[in-house]
Design a protein around this ligand. Structure first.
Ligand SMILES: [Zn+2]
Length: 466
């Protein structure tokens, strides 16, 4: 028996809640952490007792339990490589195999001991009735996180029973998962003290401190020799088009597509003179509507990667190699140039009110999307063919909101997004949104967030995110 601190928050301040006698002469005192509310055995029984005598009386899950978990997993991730961690011979493994998962089974001791799987290897990890029965759930969850792909899913459940040395509630389980770099999508169950069951479905959270890890290539193919196209949604861009096009690195970009949204100036003439592939809207549709045509044409022409470049020379096209690199390396499905990383926007001369409004909206978006992007409003983006084919971008608005809606769609499809820092140039020629339209834009974004939240948290399923 060893005196221990709270595994979740590290506090040593607690009060006793109950003493139980799970087997024979073993007595365990459970305490509750004053800081985070975690209930744990303190002093902690020795490993010999935990894995030996307490490890025997496992509760078997039922076949129905297993099917319920598999059904929910299927709604998030269709199939792939699944790691099943359990201390008993539960019916889950057989059912998962039937459901088409490529399953690897790991016992409790292996989970707690040395890790033997590569990084970014599993599409799903299922931990059944383990977390409450091992001394260091945090360490195990952190280890398993590394083996999970960036878009992988974790399922974990904690059943109350004789072998448990922790009792998790929805709140403390959510706290533990958050602590270990998971973003809970759904937490079910009611756990009273010493009874019931809680379970959680999580995504691997994108946190800044994990960016290094995300940058390691996953087990997907590199897209060397990919056909890269620049798409220019243009509206009255005659003055800046030529210098924008001059800065696009042609050794990398095979085709430049310009979609003219019924400009009043000679944008089209200049574009044709420059040898671009030009498409024309008869009537003005808006910035989102223009992008729809851009991506449609890029896909028709066989693009593997489409980069949106604003022809107003606000963004620097010379950054294109950095922008497409994460897609070529197979790490990301979409890459955004971020003006907010490393204070780029202020250096580039973004007005302060706009900078602050951008920070506020970004915070709200990060909370709702459960991501950690530094900016959602960038007009400099690269999308893989996979991303453009997966999301139904034609369902989006024809306005500026399109840029936020497509992010919501990417996240709803579990596609990977990366950011690279860029500088923008602000000057009179460059189109920028003024105050009143900015407010309308902000409200439009909040509406998108609400729709996304309803789609992911309720039974309301919106076509836009399917
Ligand atoms: Zn605590």
């Amino acid at each position: 028996m060893v005196e221990t601190k709270c595994d979740l928050c590290g506090s040593d301040s607690y009060y006793p809640v109950r003493t139980v006698q799970p087997a024979g002469d073993i007595k365990m005192r459970f305490v509750k952490c004053r800081r985070c509310g975690l209930v744990y055995a303190n002093p902690r029984p020795s490993d010999e007792i935990i894995f030996g005598r307490l490890g025997g009386g496992m509760h078997r899950g039922t076949r129905a339990d297993a099917l319920a978990v598999l059904n929910t997993l299927k709604s998030i991730r269709k199939s792939g490589r699944l790691l099943y961690v359990s201390c008993a011979d539960e019916p889950f493994a057989a059912q998962a195999r039937n459901a088409g998962w490529d399953i690897v089974i790991s016992g409790l001791s292996q989970a707690a001991g040395a890790r033997k799987y590569p990084d970014n290897y599993f599409d799903a990890v299922v931990i059944e009735a383990v977390i409450a029965r091992i001394p260091d759930p945090k360490a195990v969850l952190e280890e398993l996180r590394k083996t999970l792909k960036a878009d992988g899913i974790l399922y974990v459940n904690c059943k109350a029973g004789d072998g448990a040395i922790y009792y998790f509630t929805r709140a403390t389980l959510a706290g533990l998962l958050d602590n270990c770099g998971y973003f809970p999508l759904k937490i079910n169950g009611i756990a009273g003290l010493f009874r019931g069951k809680v379970e959680a479905y999580c995504r691997k959270a994108r946190k800044l401190e994990y960016l290094d890890e995300l940058e390691k290539p996953a087990y997907s193919d590199r897209k060397d020799g990919a056909r890269i196209m620049a798409v220019l949604p243009a509206y009255n861009a005659a003055d800046t088009l030529e210098k924008t096009v001059a800065d696009i690195p042609r050794d990398l970009v095979s085709d430049i597509i310009l979609v003219d949204d019924a400009s009043g100036d000679n944008t089209v003439e200049i574009a044709e003179k420059l040898g671009l592939k030009v498409y024309r809207h008869k009537n003005r549709t808006g910035y989102g509507g223009n992008q729809k045509t851009c991506y449609e044409k890029a896909l028709e022409l066989g693009a593997d990667i489409a980069i949106m470049v604003h022809p107003d020379y606000q963004y620097d096209p010379k950054i294109i190699p950095e922008l497409v690199e994460p897609i070529i390396a197979g790490r990301a499905d979409a890459v955004f140039g971020s003006r907010m990383m490393k204070g780029g926007a202020l250096i580039g001369g973004m007005p302060p009110w706009k900078h602050n409004a951008n920070i506020l909206l970004t915070a709200v978006e990060n909370v709702v999307f459960g991501t950690y992007l530094t900016e959602y409003h960038s007009g400099f983006r690269a999308y893989s063919k996979k991303a453009l084919c997966a999301v139904d971008f034609k369902e989006n608005s024809d306005s500026f909101i399109f840029d936020t809606e497509i992010i919501a769609q990417l996240i709803a499809h579990n596609l990977k997004i990366e950011e690279v820092p860029i500088k923008t140039r602000y000057f009179d020629e460059a189109s920028s949104i003024k105050l009143i339209p900015s407010i309308a834009y902000g409200l439009g974004i909040l509406w998108t967030l609400l729709k996304f939240w309803l789609h992911t948290h309720t039974f309301v399923k919106l076509r836009q995110f399917k």
